[in-house]
Design a protein around this ligand. Structure first.
Ligand code: CMC
Length: 426
């Protein structure tokens, strides 16, 4: 018999079941609280609320641990590949060699997009933010693939998943090419996922594009680091949108919209802009004082769940050094600013007391810039990689019989009931 928690209000006691997962804190199941005690709970920002049960990703924020299906992110980043991690997130286990071959084939052969789809890009201004294009274009996928949108059919769910993982690099590269005024580059089936994406971004008709194994590996690793992160804002958005049975492509577009914000995926772009604004190491004390005076945030620092070093930041920092050395930018002054800023913040009581550590975005901007991407593409790359996490979580939600349409309640603080007054009497 499991333990219970007692809740007392107005002389009434309600016993609530306490649930325990594989790891992490115990969870008080309050589903019957309203029916039995006539009260709601209040938790804006979900500070103490688990919104679902999940087997996909586990984070221990105090210890700085991130596991996907039980495997540490460090091991996946060092030893696996992005497509293998996609399979793991979607199916729950690492693939055997034949399973991986089939999966890779399925993804590779869904990378093209409908010819008519390209017209969407032309509708955007050339200076549109690529995340605006991504939100619109991915939403538009829902108008194309009518044969894979019955969310109650497992086979259709899986085809949608393959389509989104496969087409996201093609769409992201087109958003980039469009902003550059360069012709779109079509996917090539003989290339790996990361290689294919880099080629679609950086190849031009005037010359051949030659893959660089160090940069391709770095791109793949960056995708792994962003693949999933349990119930963050964008994933919760996807789950909430999907809880009504909505079109899966439209749900992912909702996730992209949520990711765009500077407190979430948009932080990588903001972080590089911040480092460039600081510019030189001697400006760091003045900048840090501004953070402590609460004039602005130190972007790439802090996390709702991690109260320790974000394990993704450790891998990202290493990748950053590898990429910069490869492109001959080991002495990049912006990297020097980042290294010194991190050191200063980690020894300053303001950040220490609040347990603010670098997150994945602190070094990702410098790395992506060295790979050749402009800041406005950074969040697009995050969205591309996170697509598999969103779909795996969406699929898990649809397959979970205990899930219902998401419908939070509120504390109403508006006017009490009153009678309408006609305009001549107001
Ligand atoms: N710079 C300065 N102070 C900060 C920062 C920061 N980056 N982050 C949090 N704080 C302070 C905050 O002012 C508050 O201080 P006080 O208690 O004195 O009022 C305290 O730390 C707790 O912060 P919070 O805002 O209550 O924490 P939260 O869990 O609501 O916010 C966060 C988490 C990630 C939104 C926030 O840390 C932040 O805005 N960071 C900068 C943006 C960023 O790098 N985001 C990327 C997150 S990782 C990638 C992803 O998952 O998208």
């Amino acid at each position: 018999m499991g333990s219970t928690a007692k809740f007392e209000i107005d002389g009434k006691t309600v016993e609530l079941p306490v649930l325990r997962g594989t790891d992490g804190p115990a969870v008080v199941d309050i589903r019957k609280l309203y029916a039995e005690a006539d009260v709601f709970t209040y938790d804006p920002g979900f500070m103490s609320t688990a919104s679902c049960e999940s087997k996909i990703t586990f984070i221990d924020g105090d210890a700085g641990i991130l596991l996907h299906r039980g495997y540490p992110i460090m091991e996946l980043a060092e030893q696996s590949s992005f497509l293998e991690v996609c399979y793991l997130l979607l199916h729950g286990e690492l693939p055997t060699a034949p399973q991986f071959e089939e999966f890779e084939h399925n993804i590779t052969y869904h990378t093209m997009i409908h010819e008519q789809f390209d017209r969407f890009f032309m509708g955007f201004r050339r200076d549109a933010h690529p995340m605006a294009i991504m939100t619109g274009a991915v939403g538009a996928l829902s108008a194309f693939y009518h044969d894979s949108t019955n969310v109650n059919d497992p086979a259709q769910r899986m085809i949608s998943a393959h389509r989104m993982i496969a087409k996201m690099p093609t769409i992201a590269a087109r958003a980039f090419k469009y902003s550059r005024g360069q012709p779109f580059v079509f996917p090539r089936n003989e290339l790996s996922y990361a290689e294919n994406f880099l080629r679609m971004c950086f190849s031009v008709p005037a010359e051949d594009w030659v893959p660089n194994p160090v940069l391709t590996k770095a791109m793949d690793r960056i995708f792994i680091l962003h693949a999933d992160h349990e119930q963050n804002a964008s994933t919760s958005t996807v789950r909430l949108a999907g809880s009504s049975g909505a079109n899966p492509f439209a749900c992912i577009a909702a996730g992209i919209a949520s990711l765009w914000g500077p407190k979430h995926g948009g932080a990588n772009e903001e972080c590089l802009n911040m480092l460039m604004e600081i510019g030189t190491v001697d400006k760091i004390p003045e900048f840090v004082q501004g953070v402590k005076d609460r004039r602005y945030l130190l972007m790439g620092f802090g996390h709702r769940v991690y109260k320790n070093y974000d394990p993704r930041a450790t891998v990202m920092q290493k990748t950053c050094h590898e990429v910069l050395a490869e492109v001959g930018a080991g002495n990049d002054p912006i990297l020097q600013v980042a290294i010194e800023l991190e050191k200063v913040a980690l020894s300053d009581p303001y950040f220490v007391e609040r347990k603010l550590y670098p997150n994945v975005d602190f070094y990702s901007g410098i790395t992506l810039r060295a790979l050749g991407f402009p800041p406005e593409m950074f969040t697009v790359l995050f969205a591309l990689a996170r697509t598999v996490g969103w779909i795996a979580q969406w699929k898990e939600m649809i397959e979970d019989p205990s899930q219902k349409i998401g419908r939070p309640r509120q504390i109403y603080t508006g006017a009490p009931a009153r009678s309408f007054v006609s305009v001549d009497k107001r």
